[in-house]
Design a protein around this ligand. Structure first.
Ligand SMILES: Nc1ncnc2c1ncn2[C@@H]1O[C@H](COP(=O)(O)OP(=O)(O)OP(=O)(O)O)[C@@H](O)[C@H]1O
Ligand SMILES: C[C@@](O)(CCO)CC(=O)[O-]
Length: 313
């Protein structure tokens, strides 16, 4: 019997990095997905096949001894195989570019947790989210949990570490244009750089956290009113805070400049250091914004909000 699940990627609209320190962030799931198929196989082994490589190992290995980006899948399979006499084969199919801020790792962990656990029993979304966050911690110890949460439940939501998520019910009528710098990042190392920034300037970082919290509360009101122009000014403000904590660079600044020519506002999304930026548009400036990027040969596409989240087959 095969068990299959898919989960969407995500865009962090506001609050990346600050969310790791307890500030509320606003995120949405996007219509790009990772699909994981799991199947029991003979022998006590775990076999993982993906477009980024393959891994085949016996069960029962220590996670700390596995040096592979496919480790989260091994973790999930090995956990499920305790006291079982079989193995698992896992196949990963992805249309989310890796390491560019669109939540490929969380989509892998959520779809992987669902497909693998459901080989043994029906698991709830809550259980799957817990498993997914545990799996993500094998590659990124300090995850805030925000990405896995939005990949599980879909839609647009606010999230903070203490209170979890709250879905935003109004369906905003905006389009997001994503442009990719094609510079891969490791989320873990950029989060580590921000921790160093914080340790060198605790007072400055705490003041930025307060400003970001206020900004997110303002944005929640603007989303209710669907005030897209004012949302654009908040995007620019949030980008300034991200510049201050040092996760931007020349290339990203150039892309933000291009994105802002026609859109309401543009900023980094996700860890930064490379990866993607998004520009906020509506019907009036969507095409023009895409053309601005295309004219300068940037890899660019528009995404819609995914309201489904995790899907199991
Ligand atoms: N197609 C894939 N097959 C297997 N593993 C993948 C795949 N795509 C992503 N991953 C996992 O996700 C990791 C990349 O995660 P990382 O957090 O660095 O980037 P991201 O999730 O794309 O960006 P962000 O966290 O900023 O949204 C890979 O090292 C691997 O563990
Ligand atoms: C940078 C960060 O805020 C988002 C990465 O997509 C890290 C996290 O929330 O775990």
């Amino acid at each position: 019997m095969k068990s299959k699940a898919s989960a969407p990627g995500k865009v962090i609209l506001f609050g990346e990095h600050f969310v790791v320190y307890g500030v509320k962030a606003i995120l949405c799931a996007i219509n790009k997905r990772i699909t994981v198929t799991a199947e029991k196989i003979e022998g006590k082994k775990i076999s993982i096949k993906s477009n980024i490589g393959n891994l085949e190992l016996e069960t029962g290995k220590l996670i700390s001894e596995i040096n592979s980006p496919l480790k989260p899948f091994y973790y999930l399979a090995d956990k499920m195989l305790k006291n079982e006499n079989t193995g698992i084969e896992i196949i990963v199919e992805s249309d989310i570019p890796l390491g560019v801020g669109l939540g490929s790792s969380s989509a892998c962990c959520v779809a992987g947790a669902a497909a693998i656990s459901r080989l043994f029993r029906k698991t709830s979304k809550e259980e799957i989210l817990t498993l997914a966050i545990e799996a993500e911690k094998t590659i990124f110890k300090n995850t805030s949990g925000a990405d896995c949460t939005v990949c599980t439940y879909g839609g647009i939501m606010n999230y903070d570490k203490e209170n979890g998520f709250h879905k935003i019910e109004s369906e905003p009528n905006f389009h997001l244009v994503i442009a990719n710098s094609n510079i891969e990042h490791s989320t873990e190392s950029i989060v580590e750089d921000v921790r160093e920034f914080k340790e060198n300037d605790e007072a400055g970082f705490s003041s930025l956290c307060k400003k970001e919290s206020k900004l997110v509360e303002d944005v929640l009101e603007l989303l209710k009113e669907n005030d897209i122009k004012k949302l654009g000014t908040k995007i620019k403000e949030n980008q300034e805070y991200l510049e201050t904590i040092g996760i931007s660079n020349e290339k990203l600044r150039e892309m933000i400049q291009i994105g802002q020519t026609e859109s309401f506002g543009a900023k980094i999304t996700g860890a930064g250091g490379g990866g993607c930026i998004y520009a906020l548009t509506d019907e009036s400036n969507l095409k023009q914004t895409i053309n601005q990027f295309k004219d300068k040969n940037y890899d660019c596409f528009s995404v819609k909000i995914d309201f489904k989240g995790l899907d199991t087959f």
